[in-house]
Design a protein around this ligand. Sequence first.
Ligand code: SF4
Ligand code: SF4
Ligand code: SF4
Ligand code: FES
Length: 547
Amino acid sequence: MFTITLDGQGVEVAPGQTVLEAARKLGLDIPTLCYLEKCTPMTSCLVCLVRVSLDGQSRLLPSCATPVAPGMVIESETAEVHDARRTALEMLLSDHVGDCLSPCHRICPLRMNIPVMIRQIETGQLAGAIATVRGALPLPGVLGRLCHAPCENGCRRGTLDQPAAIREMERYVADHDRKQPQPYLPPREAATGKSVLIVGAGPAGLAAADFLLRAGHGCTVADRHDEAGGSLRQEVTAGNLPPEVLASDIEQIRRLGAQFMLRFEVGRDHPLESLVGAYDAVLLTTGELARCKGAPGGLAVTPTGLKVDPVTSQTCLPGVFAAGSAVRPVKQLVRAMSDGVAAAACVHRFFFGAKGSRAGKPFSSVMGRLQEGEVNLFMVGPSPAGRLSPSGGPQAGYSDKEAPLEAARCLHCDCRAAGNCQLQRYSQIYGADPGRFRVQRRRFEQHLQPGDVIFEPGKCIVCGVCVHLTQRASEPLGLTFIGRGFDVRVGAPLNHTLSEGLQKVAAECVEACPTGALAFKTARTGLNLPCHGLAAGPLKCPGCGPD
Ligand code: SF4
Ligand code: SF4
Ligand code: SF4
Ligand code: FES
């Protein structure tokens, strides 16, 4: 045994061990994609790079394949090492063909996981559906009626016929929940003891309150009007929003713990300066403050509203934040709400000493516009029917029978492995840019062979893990590398099917695949997709197996 130095710590190692094994002994999380325990290192991904210094020489080396040596000094968390790992990930993503998140999910300003909601509607799991909807949307009944639905503009189903009726389905879920004796209340984090005053009970203020309450902070929402709702009250007056829907959505925020102070005018009756010390943070979300009455408390202004730091949402007064129409006019309801949520996230970070920056976007590989014929691969399973309008008219919304029928039109564009994929996870952690080395993308392919396993070659990083596993298990056929150079791919030898190659260790290969290249056909966030038996043309439904 001897000692090496890893990130400044001494660690005792045995000859023959690798740097990766030594790092794991210390609990360090060095990323790996092609590493398989007790196998000869394949060193195909290079995301496990570390800087190794020994005998006056210093190099970046793959930790999974570098044996330890006496006197070795290793750095695993420097900016240089992170850059090298990011570059390795970006190389792997350069010809990756897949969408971690569906186009609709990426477009939704509140980042709702739309395909998950749709699968829950389709399978009758409405308790799960409201948790999905409420997890992202602060006022679901309101948004289900008034959102301008940018997600539908990006819906892939729209390239075939008409987009999925996402907003209508969202409304169905919200309305179903509203009729329950006790509507769904999202979970709250443990109380932090922090208090926030939100000025303005309109869409941005209510959305911010929802976020902060769920994060465990105390929230008081002040508004100079008699009732909460802000501009949404005009929608009620115009007949676009039933008053009971607005009242119920606001009530859910009250149930989360919001205190409302109505007929309370900041500036005139209550100087901002006197409120700042009474709360741990103040968030201004009403445009009236800046534009009509002049900025309170000497806050700096721009031609459109209060001046804020674009990264932290903070005004020139420490602990005072602004969002929504307090900063600039916001026409779209969902954008006002996402503004409120983003500023609330800044307040939350401010409390915990982190830089009050806005949260980054979730990582997603993006397939982009589909090439000719590719959309047909997505149509294996979904209903070919056109977009369904509520039979009772737009005021009625979908019935219990109609909502699952519309849900069945969704193409489920999100990756089966999303949330469980190491390539996605590390790309998020290291801030990889999937477009940095982008080459012309390969065609999207799905090998829908008999059996339960599905193979998407465009997501395969040719790490070799599955090939090793089949060799280790002495599969009669197993998997192998086919082709050469950039065209190398993984498959069963001699034109056999994947299922023929994976007779013993299919589950192990799916489990060990670091991406979504190998997956079970029905693996969709724990939900089995019902087979509609509707696949048209030469393609067979993946749930139906062989012809
Ligand atoms: S395989 Fe991973 S990185 Fe690729 S699309 Fe799926 S989740 Fe995203
Ligand atoms: S088909 Fe479904 S998953 Fe795909 S973009 Fe449309 S709603 Fe989203
Ligand atoms: S299919 Fe095999 S070679 Fe391709 S990424 Fe998955 S485990 Fe690696
Ligand atoms: S090169 Fe080390 S895990 Fe891939």
